[in-house]
Design a binder for this molecule. Structure first.
Ligand code: HEM
Length: 406
């Protein structure tokens, strides 16, 4: 088996779009990831993605951003405001977990801090399992932890959520309730189409667990990276700091720049489904591994300029290049949460009052509105359980809006 690494921006985009290359980054994390959407290929992937896409229609992302997010944020951030400090990784997880749980179809009937904490604990274990390929820990020990977390999730969260949806679907079938009274989430869509996609009970539970971890892990990491990049930039560029406080479109541009520099996974792995000729002519066999170096592609100086490795929200972008580069992927596995998290790209006639900014820019804006700043007495630490360049803890100080000076 040989490993072929692709790192230029154009070559990486084309490689990700090649339909003869299948996902292979998550083979090591099969304990949770086996047969979930992200690892499927061909017709099976098309069928399941087509169904689950129904939850991600644009009007729904907008509804989430404008209605669900402000309420979830206010509820989740209140205890941190009161105590005046937070670990941003923990806070980011708590906010995004509640949002992704709604998307995935996991009920939290109590909606209190203990319940969020139980869910956060199991989802953090799922994330470690999914990214096992980059783990620095004993892999079998992590697998055992994932099995235990899945069992706990099944009993505490999944079975009650499943039962409630089955009752609602039965009432819908009996015409006792209308379609608009059904939850709009991945679990409901899968249950409504059980005859169209083959999913064992265990796989359906892991598919939902995958959504929870895919949504919250990447969002919490992206938020912390963006907060760090934006506050560091503001410290060195006071004029931009003033602009960021009032110009939400510019803040969104800053977050997109940060997303480019910190893809959720620094690499994508693919396995040829048959012998293929790669971009550039190299031949790859079914036993080979094709590594797309997303982090390098996103810093390609021929596309993003000579300072491509730096954070610079004023950089010019070539026509047709997304400001976040390849961070949300390209091709059949393109991230389903892209618009939800990154928002829409502004156009010349965009109205800032109604624009869809995305959850990550809005979370960073909410932190800045609360005067959030890195805690000078507790330096942030890099995560040591993974080779991924993520933050492990990021202590911040923040104020409740009412505690601020006028
Ligand atoms: C900043 C946050 C996020 C980043 C950087 C991110 C990144 C990615 C990337 C790179 C992929 C493709 C992986 C590959 O091609 O190998 C992906 C797939 C996916 N993402 Fe995200 N993601 C984020 C947030 C979310 C959220 C919030 C959700 C759900 C609510 C989500 C759901 C998914 C799903 C379901 C897939 C699989 C799509 C498929 O295989 O067809 N992601 N994401």
């Amino acid at each position: 088996m040989k490993t072929i690494t692709i790192s230029g921006f154009e070559a990486s985009s084309e490689t990700l779009a090649d339909k003869q290359l299948a996902q292979s980054l998550y083979d090591e994390g099969a304990v949770i990831m086996a047969d979930v959407l992200l690892v499927l290929h061909g017709a099976a992937h098309r069928a399941r993605r087509g169904l689950e896409l129904r939850v991600f229609r644009r009007d729904f992302s907008r509804y989430y951003e404008q209605v669900v997010f402000p309420a979830t944020l206010a509820q989740t951030i209140a205890p941190y405001e009161q105590q005046g400090h937070a670990d941003l990784m923990e806070l980011g997880y708590a906010v995004t977990l509640n949002l992704t749980a709604d998307f995935a179809g996991i009920d939290r009937p109590r909606r209190d801090a203990d319940e969020t904490e139980s869910l956060r604990r199991v989802v953090m274990v799922f994330s470690e399992g999914a990214t096992l390929v980059h783990s620095t820990r004993d892999r079998n020990a992590v697998r055992e932890e994932v099995r235990a977390a899945l069992a706990e999730f099944d009993t505490l969260f999944y079975q009650p959520s499943l039962a409630r949806r089955r009752v609602l679907l039965a009432r819908f079938a009996a015409r006792e309730i209308g379609e608009n009274e059904l939850p709009r989430d991945v679990l409901t869509v899968l249950l409504q189409n059980e005859d169209r996609v083959e999913l064992s009970p265990d796989l359906m539970m892991r598919e939902i667990a995958f959504y929870l971890q895919a949504g919250s892990h990447s969002t919490a990491n992206a938020t912390t990276h963006a907060f760090h990049d934006v506050t560091s930039w503001c410290a060195a560029h006071p004029a931009d700091a003033a602009r960021i406080a009032t110009d939400r479109l510019f803040l969104q541009r800053c977050v997109h720049e940060s997303l480019r520099l910190h893809p959720a996974s620094p690499v994508a792995w693919r396995r040829p489904v048959c012998p293929v000729s790669l971009v550039g002519g190299e031949q790859a066999e079914s036993s080979d591994r094709v590594v797309v170096d997303l982090a390098a592609a996103n810093r390609d100086t021929s596309v993003f300029g000579p300072d491509a490795g730096d954070f610079n929200p004023h950089r010019g972008l070539p026509e047709g290049i997304a400001p976040w580069g390849l961070t949300f992927g390209v091709g059949v596995h393109t991230c389903l949460g892209r618009d939800l998290d990154g928002g829409l790209l502004p156009r010349a006639n965009t109205d800032p009052a109604t624009h869809q900014y995305g959850i990550v820019p809005l979370l960073v804006a909410a932190l800045l509105d609360r005067q959030a700043r890195p805690d000078p007495l507790k330096p942030a630490l890099r995560a040591d359980h993974t080779e991924r360049p993520n933050w492990g803890s990021y202590p911040i100080l923040l104020q409740a809006p009412s505690a601020r000076c006028a």
